[in-house]
Ligand binder design. Structure first.
Ligand SMILES: [Zn+2]
Length: 177
């Protein structure tokens, strides 16, 4: 087992042999995949990892050498981070930087905590909106909230993507409604 001590908080994106994003693992785990020839590094991160015998660039994106079949997960977890990622870190009402999560149809009036009823919002819009619906305020949503689809969401449910990963994750701003 190589003695690998990567920088804290870093992770590596794992792609299937087909280039489909699979998951995010620790840099250490990714390095072991590369050293054991189970994966090849397709994008280096910053710095080098040293072990007794090897030195290799910190892997940022690795691709498995063999295709693995993954059970298809239909449900994407409704996390705060995933909501921000889906909405491009922008307020659904004014397009300013998002800081909070808003329930479009307010929870206090029976609105559901579901992908179709949550949006990223700035603190000001969220506060101003209070217990009202966008229609009652004459506000318009810039996007129709919906559950995200696609392989990238397996990754995005957990963390903010490393900018180096964008070539492999199909990340676009949600289209305007
Ligand atoms: Zn706003």
């Amino acid at each position: 087992m190589p003695d690998i001590r990567p920088m804290a908080g870093s992770g590596a994106l794992v792609l299937n042999a087909s280039y489909e994003p699979l998951c995010v693992v620790s840099v250490r785990r990714a390095a072991i995949l590369v050293l054991s020839a189970k994966a090849v590094c397709v994008c280096d991160g910053e710095g080098m990892l040293h072990s007794a015998r090897n030195a290799l660039p910190v892997p940022s994106v690795v691709r498995l050498t063999r295709f693995v079949r993954v059970p298809y997960r239909t449900h994407v977890g409704l996390s705060r981070r995933a909501i921000f990622a889906r909405d491009g870190w922008r307020c659904a009402y004014c397009r300013g930087p998002a800081e909070t999560i808003d329930h479009v149809f307010p929870r206090s009036r029976g609105g559901r905590h579901a992908w179709e009823n949550v949006v990223a919002a700035c603190a000001r819009c969220n506060h101003t909106k209070g217990d009202r619906t966008p229609a009652e305020l004459g506000w318009r949503l810039h996007t129709v909230p919906a559950a995200p689809k696609g392989a990238a969401w397996r990754v995005l449910g957990h963390r903010t993507p490393d900018p180096r990963w964008t070539d492999w994750l199909d990340l676009r701003e949600p289209e305007a409604a």
